[in-house]
Design a protein. Structure first.
Length: 346
């Protein structure tokens, strides 16, 4: 099969398009013929560059921390999947063979594309219990993007913030992947009134296209003053942030109203941000960091996407052979939307 292989850390050119042996599914695994794998700024681009050494990537490495495609081979002990099933897989999983339900596994674990071969390949083997069925009317590219970002956003807004219909929600980083998904979940799933914010007018307006009622360009507008004007002085109920911009977030924090909630699962522009503790305790604000999601969230995310309530923001689809170009594009404009590699396209 064809795959992207990294033998050493470095610039995008270390991503080599090579012939490697077809993987064979072990006990409890399925093999997926990959139709889509997303390119991620940290888990792919930064890992390849060598700035994520603490993750201890397995070298040589086939990157790709997610994939969506079609089951084309089934290992011993797997009964819940059939050849031809449309599936997706991502994230941390066992490194050794295990039962198809994962029961009793106590061995080493790690993320696909970092600790075990990932989705930047024509074929990849994954444990059956970390493989998820897709609605038939959900495309592979959309499924890969949904799997990467939607469960995190869903968990923050639905489970942690417990966003209610009619509440005001501020989404920071509206044009980013977690921001774009957050706008849609807040609006279409929670029934909230959404204000989106970003560092340029064009990026802020992306949130309007996705359903937000108001957009703030904090490079030219006072984000606190604008929020208070929009909400009639009461402030927002939920602040959803995955950026931790030390210049902007303190102003947005002051626009959180009574019993408001700040939820986050990222801090790539921080991580140290000063906040006003008087406002924190006076308004009885809750701050909750929560990466990840509940297993039960993912099917809901897939179905919401299949129903058109969540639309994946895919900026570019490239063949697997263009992985280095995809990394260069991501480094030059990380806010462009998702780049997806399609190994089935050559």
């Amino acid at each position: 099969m064809k795959a992207i292989v990294v033998h050493e850390f470095g610039p995008p050119d270390v991503l080599k398009f090579e012939n490697v042996a077809d993987p064979v599914p072990r006990f409890g695994e399925v093999r997926v013929r990959v139709h889509a794998a997303t390119v991620n700024r940290v888990l792919d681009v930064a890992v390849r560059a060598g700035t994520q050494a603490h993750r201890k990537p397995m070298m040589p490495l086939i990157p790709g921390v997610d994939c969506a495609g079609v089951v084309d081979a089934i290992g011993e002990g797997v009964t819940k999947f059939r050849i031809g099933d449309h599936v997706a897989a991502a994230g941390g999983m066992p490194l050794e063979p295990c039962a198809e339900d994962g029961e009793g596994y106590e061995g080493p674990q790690g993320m696909m594309g970092i600790k075990r071969p990932g989705g930047f390949a024509e074929l990849v083997c994954v444990p059956a219990f970390k493989t998820h069925s897709l609605p038939k009317n959900l495309g592979f590219q959309e499924a890969a993007v949904v799997m990467r970002h939607c469960p995190t956003a869903w968990n923050l807004l639905v489970n942690i913030a417990r966003t209610k219909p009619g509440e005001w929600v501020l989404i920071m980083g509206a044009s980013g992947n977690l921001g774009a998904v957050g706008v849609q979940i807040a609006k279409n799933i929670c029934g909230a009134r959404v204000i989106c914010a970003a560092g340029s007018r064009a990026r802020a307006d992306v949130g309007l296209e996705l359903g937000a009622e108001h957009a703030i360009d904090y490079s030219s507008q006072d984000i606190h003053a604008e929020i208070m004007k929009i909400t009639g002085g009461r402030g927002v109920d939920v602040l959803y942030d995955n950026i931790a911009n030390p210049k902007v977030l303190p102003q947005a924090f002051m626009a959180i109203g009574e019993a408001g909630r700040l939820v986050t699962a990222g801090a790539h522009a921080g991580p140290v941000v000063p906040i006003d503790f008087f406002h924190l305790y006076d308004k009885r604000i809750t701050i909750h960091g929560m990466p990840g999601s509940k297993p039960s969230d993912l099917p809901l995310c897939f179905q919401a996407a299949a129903d058109g309530k969540i639309k994946a923001r895919v900026a570019h689809v490239l063949p697997l052979s263009k992985a280095a170009e995809a990394h260069r594009m991501m480094e030059s404009d990380p806010g462009m939307g998702k780049i997806v590699l399609d190994p089935s396209a050559g």
